[in-house]
Every structure is written in C-alpha cells, then in structure tokens.
Write a protein that binds this ligand. Structure first.
Ligand code: SAH
Ligand code: SF4
Ligand code: F3S
Length: 460
C-alpha cells in the first residue's frame, strides 16, 4: 500500500519552501500526498518559532495528534523546522508520541529519518549548522513538490548575519551563506522550462546576497538583472531586503529590468531612532524614509509593504508616536504588524524590567492598525479605473465563483472569469477596492498557463 503524507507549514516563505522540499523528498520515496490528517500514514509539522504563539500552536496541534497516534500506532509524526531546531529534545519530552525531530540544517534527511525511525524507534537529529560540503545544503537543490505550478520560491541565501535584538532567526538558521550565482540562475532557467512564469528570490537579507562569495561587494543587483533577463520569465519578486543594505544598484535594477515587479517589502520595525538603535537595525527613521523616497522616484507605481513591531522593550509613547509618524509618511500599501514577543536567548528578552504593559501595547497596536488601513484604503482606491495585468492564482477563497489573481504590485484582485486556470495572464479593469483586495472586470486573456496540468496520480 502506498503511504500517504501530510506536511503542515507554520512559518514564513522559507519554511513553506522547506515544506515543498520535504514533500518532494517523501514523494521521491514513493509516498502520496493527502489533505486529511486522518488518512495520513506520515504527518510532518514544519514549525516556526518567531513569536511565542507559534510555539503554542505547535504544542496544541501535537496534543490533538496524540489520540490519533494512540488509535494508529503505525502513524509516524515528525516535527521539523525552526522550533524543532530551537527546542530539540524538549519536543519529545513534551510530546513523546513524536517519532522524528529534525531541524533546518538537515531537511534533506526527511525521508531517510522516517525510514530509520520505523526500524529503530524515535530519532532526534539536529545539526548545529549547515554542512556546506554537503551537495544538498540548500533546500532548492532537493526535489520539490511545489504548491503552485506557475510560481516558485527560489532560495538564494540561507541564515542571517544580523543581530536584531528581538529576533531568534540567526540563532536557529545560522550564519548567512549565499548560494552560488550560477546555480540560482540555472534553477530559474529550469523552472521556466517547466512553465514557471513567476519566481520569488528568498533570503533573510537578500541585499547582502553574495557578500560572502566576493568577500566584499554584494551581488544582489546583478542577480536580479540576470534572473530577470531569462527568456520566458514574466515576473521576478524578492523578499526580504534589509533597509540598511538597500543599495542604489538594487533600485536601478528594479527600475530597469521590466520583469522585476513594482513591489518593495521593506521592514521598518519601528520609526523611533532610539528603538531602532536598541534593536540594532542600523538605520534611522529619516534614513529609511530617504531610501523609500529614492525607490519611489526611480520605480514608477511602486507598492510598498512592511513589518512593524509594537511594544519593543522600553518603547515609550514618544517612540511609538514616531512610529505612527514614519508609517503615515511611508504611506504603506499594507503592513504586517506584530506585538513584540520575547524570545528566550535574544538580547531584548533579557530586558524584562523594560517590557511594555500589555494593555498599552494593545492600544498602540490598534492605533497603528488605523494608520496602516488609512493608507492601504487610499492606495487601493487610487487603482480603481485602471487596467492591470494579473496572473491567475485560482478560485477566490471566500467566493469560489470568482477568480483571484495578483497584480504586479502583488495586490489580490477578485473577478468573474470562467475556466481561467492558475498561471493564466489576463488584463482586468479595477472596479472596486477594499483595504486588503481589489475587485475587477476581466478584459482580455493575454496568455494561457505554460505549464502542463498536474496529472492526477491514482492510488496504488
Ligand atoms: N529577515 C526579515 C525578517 C524575518 S522575521 C527581515 O529582517 O526583514 C519576520 C518579521 O517578524 C520581522 O520583520 C519582525 O517584524 C517580526 N518579528 C521577528 N521577531 C519578532 C519578535 N520577537 N516579536 C515580534 N515580532 C517579531
Ligand atoms: Fe531577524 Fe534581523 Fe536577520 Fe531579519 S535581519 S532575520 S529580523 S536578525
Ligand atoms: Fe521563518 Fe519562523 Fe523560521 S519566520 S525562518 S519559520 S522562525
């Protein structure tokens, strides 16, 4: 009987991409995907630990799986990803029904570890860091079972060399290592051959891509140009750039390479210079706004999104007022806003006496939401009446009678269209706008999907 697997993803795009690789490895090992945990022989939870609620989510989920494991002792449960990397043995101490724990540096071992555990019993395998000599060090080298046929993540860098005082990522993902330039370009070429029209280049600080290769100068702008020039690619995106390292070359590449989309995700974190310094972010509110203005001057119709943390230890009302000011001036298209969550082992987590009262944080969070929503609504309303190119994603989540697509600015548009498959390219006239999406009327189908349809596999 063919074994069935489920991979559940809890984290960011890198975590999602790792999940695609884990799924690819399990399929290469003869397993088949299923949507239902009840039907699965293997369940992999790919975890995140960026905030405390990410931890809680995992343990809640594991609690639910306990009774399933009791009913079906052959069921294998694996915990992977950042929380596994961080918590290691604690996971099996808290949830002894877990069969395999593996981390962020040995994703390539997913299938082998499950086989070994079937024969030998539970395994916890966490590596301290990526073994570069290992040809499989970069997740993108592994086979993937991608969620989308027309759009793909491409890892260009793993780890992070920064030391933002709130952030656990460097402790989990290790030092920054760039993937060789030619390997990235070759992967994108192959993806385009398979019909992919859109790629998102992934790294924790993409602007410093290549600094470790050249021992000096980052190569990110060159990479954007090279990838953007590949024949058949329609859209190139990237995430995330760090404001301190956003260089004029990158902005020029965005402006000059037609395939690079007009969207910049530039995490602000705070507008207060005092808080930014305590976070070790390496820029001021003013410097951030200057870089943003330069990007907007160079790239016509640039959409800008961000991440902001509310309630960093020691944040005063004045500090927060400055965050509101900078956010209003930045006039974001949208923002991910987070309540500061202490992560043991990070510098800021030790400043317990400076923690901000949760009621104050909640009130600030709401005031920030209002400021962000104001600019988001205005930005979206300004698009009504325009004709936009969208790449179709599939049926709209809330209303499957409608189709959803993304504009070059990464805005979600819902419109009526019969039989347009994911990956199709169409023009849509924007007729309505909310804070989080647009509505439109289909004008013209510009291109059909280039990839082959996924051929359903019949269970054996
Ligand atoms: N490398 C990316 C960030 C990855 S983490 C960058 O620097 O842009 C994604 C976001 O999570 C961060 O931008 C930050 O806003 C948020 N975040 C990270 N640690 C956090 C914490 N301890 N509490 C709350 N939010 C946090
Ligand atoms: Fe975390 Fe800062 Fe690195 Fe981003 S740049 S992953 S916030 S340490
Ligand atoms: Fe991503 Fe969460 Fe890890 S944000 S890098 S999955 S801690």
């Amino acid at each position: 009987m063919t074994q069935r697997y489920v991979v559940r993803t809890f984290g960011c795009q890198m975590n999602e991409h790792d999940s695609e690789r884990i799924a690819g490895l399990l399929e290469a090992d003869g397993m088949m995907p299923t949507d239902s945990v009840e039907d699965a022989d293997v369940i992999v939870l790919n975890t995140c630990c960026i905030r405390e609620n990410a931890d809680n989510k995992l343990y809640g989920h594991l609690g639910h799986l306990k009774s399933l494991k009791e009913q079906r002792p052959d069921l294998q449960i694996a915990v992977a990803g950042c929380l596994a990397q961080k918590d290691r043995d604690t996971i099996r101490e808290r949830a002894p029904h877990v069969d395999v724990v593996f981390g962020t540096h040995n994703v390539h071992r997913a299938a082998d570890l499950l086989t070994e555990a079937r024969e030998q019993g539970p395994i916890v395998e966490i590596l301290e860091e990526t073994v570069l000599e290992d040809a499989l060090a970069f997740p993108s080298v592994l086979p993937a079972s991608r969620d989308s046929r027309h759009a793909a993540w491409v890892t260009i860098q793993i780890g992070c060399d920064n030391s933002c005082a709130f952030c656990i990522v460097p402790a989990v993902r290790g030092p920054e290592i760039s993937r060789p330039f030619d390997t990235v370009v070759e992967e994108v070429r192959q993806l385009v051959d398979q019909g992919v029209v859109e790629v998102t280049l992934l790294g924790q600080n993409v602007n410093s891509y290549g600094r470790d290769i050249t021992k000096r100068r980052p190569l990110f702008a060159e990479l954007l140009r090279e990838v953007g020039a590949i024949e058949g690619i329609r859209r190139v995106r990237y995430t995330s750039p760090h404001p301190k390292d956003l260089r004029p070359e990158t902005i020029s590449a965005m402006a000059e390479v037609p395939t690079v989309c007009e969207h910049l995700h530039l995490p602000l974190q705070s507008g207060s210079d005092r808080v930014l310094a305590a976070m070790h972010r390496g820029y001021t509110g003013e410097r951030y706004l200057q870089k943003l203005a330069a990007a907007r001057d160079a790239v016509a119709d640039l959409a800008v999104t961000t991440d902001i943390i509310v309630g960093f230890p020691g944040e005063t009302e004045d500090d927060f007022a400055r965050t509101l000011e900078v956010a209003a001036e930045a006039a974001y298209d949208s923002a991910y806003t987070f309540i500061y969550s202490p992560r043991p082992g990070t510098e800021a987590a030790d400043r317990v006496e400076d923690f901000v009262d949760p009621d104050v944080v909640a009130e600030r969070f709401e005031r920030l939401r209002v400021v962000i929503e104001r600019s988001a609504v205005a930005k979206h309303a300004a698009r009504v009446g325009r004709t936009e190119e969208v790449v179709v994603e599939g049926p709209a989540r809330r209303d499957p009678d409608l189709t959803s697509g993304r504009t070059r600015q990464n805005k979600l548009v819902h419109f009526a269209a019969d039989g347009l498959r994911p990956g199709a390219v169409a023009t849509v006239e924007i007729t309505g706008a909310g804070a989080h999406h647009l509505r439109g009327d289909l004008q013209e189908v510009v291109a059909s999907p280039r990839h082959r349809l996924r051929i359903p596999v019949v269970a054996g």
